[in-house]
Write a protein that binds this ligand. Structure first.
Ligand SMILES: [Zn+2]
Ligand SMILES: [Zn+2]
Length: 170
C-alpha cells in the first residue's frame, strides 16, 4: 500500500548519500498510517509512547526530507507552526484553515485547478506543485466569532460575472 512512497523516499535518500534508518522509517510509518494533518510534536509523543528513542531534531530533519522528496505535504497553521500529511500521486487537494480552532478542511475544486493551469500557461511556467489555502473561520466557530465582533455584517454574495468564461486548455 505504501511501498511506492517508501521506494520514492528511499531513492531520494540514496541520491543524497543517506539511508532509510529505523528513525526515518518510524516517522514515515506515523505519517503514512492514515490520512491526517499532524504536528511534529505529536509524532514525537506517539513514537516516545511506543518506546522509540528519537530526538525532536531527528523528527524535524526527517520531516524536511519527506517534504522535499514530495511525498509529504506541509500546511502552515498560523502561529502554531506546521502540520504534515501524506500525499498520494493523483490525490491533490487544497486547504481551508480555521484561525479559531485550527481545524484543517480539505477541498478540491476543479475550476481552481484549471485556472491555475491557465495562469502557468500565461507565464510559460511549468508548475511542479502548488499549495492553495484560505485562512478564516470555520462553520462551527462562526457563531462565536460573529458575536465577538458585534455588528459584523455577513459577507455579501459576489455577483456572478456576466462575461463569458475563458476556454480552459489542458
Ligand atoms: Zn474553527
Ligand atoms: Zn490535507
Amino acid at each position: 500500500m505504501r511501498t511506492r512512497e517508501r521506494d520514492i523516499f528511499r531513492k531520494y535518500l540514496e541520491r543524497r548519500g543517506l539511508k532509510l534508518t529505523a528513525e526515518r522509517q518510524a516517522v514515515f510509518d506515523q505519517l503514512f498510517a492514515r490520512h491526517e494533518h499532524v504536528e511534529a510534536d505529536e509524532i514525537l509523543v506517539r513514537l516516545r509512547a511506543r518506546g522509540k528513542k528519537i530526538s525532536r531534531a531527528t523528527i524535524y530533519r526527517t520531516l524536511e526530507l519527506l517534504v522535499d522528496s514530495g511525498i509529504v505535504g506541509r500546511v502552515r497553521i498560523g502561529e502554531m507552526g506546521y502540520r504534515y500529511e501524506r500525499l498520494r500521486a493523483g490525490e491533490h487537494h487544497d486547504h481551508l484553515i480555521c484561525n479559531e480552532c485550527g481545524r484543517v478542511i480539505e477541498f478540491f475544486e476543479p475550476r481552481i485547478e484549471s485556472l491555475q493551469d491557465d495562469v502557468c500557461e500565461r507565464y510559460g511556467f511549468l508548475a511542479l506543485s502548488h499549495s492553495h489555502q484560505m485562512r478564516g473561520i470555520c462553520r462551527q466557530c462562526r457563531p462565536r466569532a460573529v458575536s465577538a465582533a458585534e455588528g459584523a455584517e455577513p459577507v455579501p454574495e459576489r455577483p456572478k460575472p456576466s462575461g463569458r468564461r475563458p476556454q480552459l486548455v489542458h
